[in-house]
Design a protein around this ligand. Structure first.
Ligand SMILES: NC(=O)c1ccc[n+]([C@@H]2O[C@H](COP(=O)([O-])OP(=O)(O)OC[C@H]3O[C@@H](n4cnc5c(N)ncnc54)[C@H](O)[C@@H]3O)[C@@H](O)[C@H]2O)c1
Length: 246
């Protein structure tokens, strides 16, 4: 259904659960991949697990809090593949605290990973993005509704929603920019939350289960593809109905 041959896709947080599903699907659809995360060793493990051919991937360490890392990743990607078509800033950090208890450092670090990191990654990519390209940001149900004990995370994700709509205006007509907004997805990120209140949260979800990383990757691929060629500045919710029900 999807063909990304001759396309280069840049994914941050690439050893995470949702990113790995995106990698698998874009790779199988023929894409070249620029994959970054904090630790190169984790990315090498992803390559082994998914059996990715070295000529189709570039692995780079990138701390999304550091603007220089984004520039280096993009420049090395252009050297290897010659062009850049799709950006998926997938790195994320989901710490827990009441707002009243947050230190300056916790606030800044959470905003830095979940918001600044998206900005640095996209800003570095913009000069190289080909006409017809796409950016798909990964926001969260928390960015729409707020989130008890995750106010710093929810604030950052809400800001990404706004950044996406602004970029959609600024980069049109050449580049489309959209959000996928997941609900509860079965990855390492929400293990603590599920251990604490998983049964309650699943019972509040009309489809009565967690989502899978593959279900998020399907939405990302759709928005990145020509099947979504008249869609920009929009948000695709993927949450099993939790958003409307809770
Ligand atoms: N799992 C969910 O229920 C859920 C819900 C809504 C949104 N999301 C979003 O989906 C995206 C992927 O999350 P996931 O569920 O796959 O989580 P995950 O924890 O499996 O992956 C997150 C990845 O981000 C990387 N990362 C963290 N800090 C980084 C930094 N400073 N620089 C570079 N990389 C960094 C981690 O190393 C990890 O590989 C995130 O943006 C997350 O906020 C997830």
């Amino acid at each position: 259904m999807f063909n990304f041959k001759e396309k280069t896709v840049y994914i941050t947080g690439a050893s995470g659960g949702i990113a790995m599903s995106c990698i698998k699907k874009f790779y199988n659809a023929g894409a070249n991949l620029i994959l970054t995360d904090l630790h190169l060793s984790d990315l090498e493990a992803v390559c082994r697990t998914l059996n990715l051919a070295p000529e189709k991937v570039l692995l780079m360490a990138q701390d999304v809090r550091n603007p220089e890392d984004a520039i280096t990743a993009v420049e090395e990607g252009i050297k290897k593949f010659g062009s850049l078509d799709i950006v998926i800033p997938c790195a994320g950090f989901y710490p827990k605290s009441l707002v009243k208890d947050l230190s300056d450092l916790q606030w800044k670090d959470t905003l830095s990973i979940n918001l600044d990191g998206v900005f640095y990654t996209i800003r570095a990519a913009i000069p190289y993005l080909q006409d017809g390209g796409a950016i798909v940001n990964i926001t969260s149900i928390a960015g729409h509704k707020g989130s008890f004990k995750h106010g710093h995370y929810a604030t950052a994700k809400g800001a990404v929603l706004t950044l996406t709509r602004t970029l959609a205006l600024e980069l049109a007509p050449a580049i489309r920019v959209n959000n996928v907004s997941p609900g509860l997805i079965d990855t390492a990120m929400i293990q603590d939350l599920m251990n604490e209140q998983g049964d309650l949260l699943i019972s509040q979800t009309p489809l009565n289960r967690l989502g899978t990383s593959d279900e998020i990757a399907n939405a990302v691929m759709f928005l990145a593809s020509n099947h979504a060629s008249f869609i920009t500045g929009e948000t695709l919710h993927v949450n099993g109905g939790l958003y409307i029900a809770s």
